[in-house]
Design a protein around this ligand. Structure first.
Ligand code: ADP
Ligand code: MG
Length: 545
């Protein structure tokens, strides 16, 4: 870009600080660049105690690496905002922010004032977000193929093609079954077995690992309890013991007998309450006294101990049962109902499936996978997939991935810039250039020459393929047909958040180091702001202003 000694040229020392800040911002973006897209690599993060995390999720990487400079921290915060808002597109946001800072750096060197750059970037973002709908394709809950493609695009690069397709299908059918309400979908990962043995089951799946005796009570594995009445108890089910007394001294055999009789009577009362209410299955969040459990079992009542909180709550909501603190609080109204309860063995884990619940149609995805680490990672990926599919359904639009939309918007910006008569024109152009960083990085990660790849794409887009992008092997492809689509809000948010982060950084002209001791009351507030404190728009030092 030609040097334009402008009337708004900044002071020299100020500019040096600013250049330093921008360099720092770009180095954060460079750190995550190689993880972008289907050919992105994972990063292995090794913690202080040697704990290893392998991930290619931009937000997770930036969360874990120690970033000391305020600009890097601002970018990490931008990634976190993206993650919280839409759950995907974090690497894109970081790369875009880095590219904007790089464009800004050239503009500053050419004598543009930061304010002119920030204003121009805002205008460019407005144009880009205004044009974005023109590149969108409508989607609704019946478009299985398109929705599966959204799911596949989310997970590309993590599994082989067969597993990707299988999980995409699993996710979409699970969501269809629960009316695209993610809160009604249980995602349970069980280590052991093969990834491809993962399956979708009706109803709520309750783990019986922590209630081994129930499995014995259950007997035959194909036994099914039709139309069970279900009771839910929050606290431990036991006979009350005098709290303050550690031991009871019994002076005669009569007394011992009386004591036993008393205990027996209390137990019988508990069991009687449950049987009188005609309960078939009892879930308890804590433990159940063994003799009580045995009596219940003899009375044909299935008692499940230590039910996991989320599964317990889901059962209450779906069956209409009200959780009570103790058995004596159980009433006919507190008892819920389901269409059936059956046992299901998932690998080596016994689970209990509550199906056909009257109040909520629920569904569970049972994921299998080698080690606990693999199972947990699979759970995270499927959760991300289902979030993206719901986002697409909720918004009703998807856009082409593979950098196609970013490149198309860059072209839009170039033509929009021509209608701006002042120097903002150059800034808008520079914003377009920054957008091209997305297809450029995708091409580089796929081992292609980015200049060749981008020029081919521009030609194809200018022809009749406005959604041509970088395919998974780096080749130019029409992205919608290739099935590379993303929920509209993901890209839209990336644009907005990258703009906010870049403008915030550009407004900083100096960093003043303050130490905790000098600040006194503000000891470690920077840290607090980083994680949980009020958002000060990214100025860690401005907390108490
Ligand atoms: P982010 O954190 O930004 O979501 P990802 O590593 O998930 O980063 O990569 C997302 C990028 O990869 C998007 O631009 C998306 O369109 C692109 N992408 C995903 N799947 C494919 C594919 N099969 N072919 C080409 N590009 C893809
Ligand atoms: Mg992603």
């Amino acid at each position: 870009m030609a040097s334009t000694p402008g009337d708004d040229q900044s002071e020299q020392p100020e500019q040096n600080t600013q250049q330093g800040l921008l360099d720092a911002g770009q180095s954060v973006a460079t750190a995550v660049q190689t993880t972008l897209g289907p050919n992105g690599h994972d990063k292995m993060l090794v913690g202080e105690k040697g704990k290893v995390l392998v991930t290619n999720d931009g937000a997770r990487i930036l969360d874990r690496i120690e970033i000391t400079d305020p600009v890097g921290q601002a970018i990490a915060r931008a990634a976190r905002s993206q993650q919280q808002a839409v759950g995907d597109g974090t690497t894109t946001t970081v790369i875009l922010t880095g590219a904007l800072l790089s464009s800004a750096q050239s503009l500053l060197a050419d004598g543009f004032h930061p304010t002119t750059i920030v204003d121009g970037f805002h205008r460019a973002t407005d144009v880009a977000r205004d044009r974005l709908p023109e590149y969108a394709v409508s989607v609704d809950r019946t478009d299985e193929v398109l929705l599966e493609n959204v799911a596949k695009t989310t997970v590309t690069g993590r599994w082989d093609e067969t597993n990707t397709a299988r999980f995409a299908e699993l996710t979409v059918s699970a969501l269809q079954a629960v009316g695209f309400d993610r809160s009604k979908l249980g995602i349970e990962a069980y280590p052991g077995g093969q990834l491809q043995e993962s399956e979708l089951v009706d109803g709520i799946c309750i783990d019986m690992e922590s209630s081994p005796a129930t499995v014995d009570d259950w007997g035959r594995s194909d036994r099914r309890i039709p139309n069970p009445r279900i009771a839910m108890v929050n606290s431990e089910i036991t006979i009350e013991k005098p709290d303050a007394v550690a031991s009871v001294t019994l002076e005669s055999s009569d007394q011992a007998e009386q004591f036993r009789d008393h205990e027996q009577a209390v137990r019988s009362k508990i069991v009687a309450t449950i049987t009188e209410l005609d309960v078939d299955v009892l879930f308890c969040q804590k433990s159940i006294d063994e003799p009580i459990r045995n009596s219940l079992s003899r009375a044909g009542i299935l008692a499940v101990e230590r039910t996991r909180q989320d599964q317990f709550d889901a059962t209450c909501r779906a069956t209409g049962a009200t959780a009570v603190q103790s058995v004596d609080q159980l009433t006919p109204e507190a008892v819920g109902q389901a269409g059936g309860v059956r046992r299901r063995t998932v690998g080596t884990t016994e689970t209990l499936q509550v199906v056909d619940c009257p109040l909520e149609t629920r569904c569970s995805v049972l994921l299998r996978g080698g080690t606990p680490h693999v199972a947990a990672e699979t759970e995270r990926i499927v959760a991300e997939c289902s979030r993206n599919v719901c986002l697409a359904v909720g918004d009703g639009r998807v856009v082409a991935g593979g950098g196609a939309t970013a490149l198309a918007l860059a072209t839009e910006l170039r033509s929009a810039a021509r209608s701006v008569a002042n120097r903002e024109q150059i800034v808008i152009d520079a914003f377009g250039e920054a957008l091209e960083e997305i297809p450029r990085v995708l091409a580089i990660n796929a081992g292609r020459d980015p200049i060749d790849a981008l020029s081919t794409l521009r030609t194809r887009q200018a022809g009749n393929e406005p959604t041509a992008g970088i395919g998974s092997s780096g080749e130019g492809r029409e992205m919608i047909d290739a099935g590379v689509v993303e929920p509209y809000p993901v890209f839209d948010r990336s644009l907005a958040i990258a703009l906010d982060a870049a403008s915030m950084i550009l407004r900083i002209d100096d960093v003043i180091e303050t130490t905790a001791t000098e600040r006194g009351d503000a000891a470690d507030t920077t840290h607090a702001n980083d994680h949980a404190g009020p958002d000060t728009g990214g100025y860690p030092w401005a907390i108490s202003h």
